[in-house]
Design a protein around this ligand. Structure first.
Ligand code: DGL
Length: 248
């Protein structure tokens, strides 16, 4: 099975990592819209337009399924993509909500959703969690984590003060949805800030969702992976080498 993975830039490689670790696909075509990243600061219509253009790009490659790794794109463009695509299109928000449902049994648990401004403003995680009867949900946009990860800042003072800045008023968080492609790279630090709260990672969530809803249960060794980018493809490949190292 051949999957397209779309992201606004390099961040979706965290989703690719989970797909490779779980040997979900025979072949992956990754396309990062590095010329126009970030999506998380853009409005709905712009995000939809960019995503429809990405879909056209993938139409040249005969993929069986398209995964929207970007949370901001999943939040705003999933329906528009589904409306026109001839193949299944899967976003990361429903799978994230499902992962919370599976991991967190107490509906009164304090769930924190973090993401870009676009993802948080869409309110989609919150709506999904409320539909699953979760009662205590806090959503906050934490966009500064995105450039930190892109600058390879995974610990130290800048990260600590950014966490303090966003999280200082939050207490007793039980689970955190890492609602942005970049945040899994800060997973341990964010979890530790909240006394080892449970974290929900889009990549792992989508693997389970693909298994349960799209019957992607077969395992493929040695997935073939090709990278495309709308700007600086070499830069994308270098990040891929670093983030996915032994999996490539
Ligand atoms: N990929 C985006 C997301 O998951 C983060 C980077 C951006 O803003 O484009 O929301």
């Amino acid at each position: 099975m051949k999957a397209g993975v779309f992201d606004s830039g390099v961040g979706g490689l965290t989703v690719v990592k989970s797909l490779l670790e779980n040997q979900t696909f025979e072949e992956i075509l990754y396309y990062g819209d590095t010329a126009r990243v970030p999506y998380g600061t853009k409005d709905k219509n712009t995000i939809i337009r960019y995503c429809l253009e990405a879909l056209e790009y993938f139409e040249n490659y005969d993929i069986d399924i398209l995964i929207i790794a970007c949370n901001s794109a999943s939040a705003y463009a999933l329906q528009a993509l589904k409306d026109v695509a001839k193949i299944p299109v899967v976003g990361v928000i429903d799978s994230g909500v499902l992962a919370v449902k599976e991991k967190i049994k107490d509906k009164k648990s304090n769930i924190l959703v973090i993401g870009t401004k676009a993802t948080i403003n869409s309110n989609l995680y919150e709506i999904g969690l409320k539909n699953e009867n979760f009662k205590n949900i806090t959503s906050i946009a934490t966009p500064l984590f995105v450039p930190l990860v892109e600058e390879n800042i995974f610990d130290g003072k800048i990260l600590d003060s950014t966490m303090e800045h966003y999280f200082k008023n939050l207490k007793n968080i039980d689970a955190i949805i890492l609602g942005c492609t970049h945040f899994p790279l800060l997973e341990d630090k964010i979890s530790l800030f909240f006394n080892k709260a449970v974290t929900i990672h889009s990549g792992d969530a989508i693997v389970n969702f693909l298994r349960s809803s799209y019957n992607c249960t077969k395992k493929y060794e040695n997935t073939k992976i090709t990278f495309f980018a709308s700007s600086n493809p070499e830069g994308l490949k270098n990040v891929a080498k670093k983030w996915l190292n032994r999996l490539l």
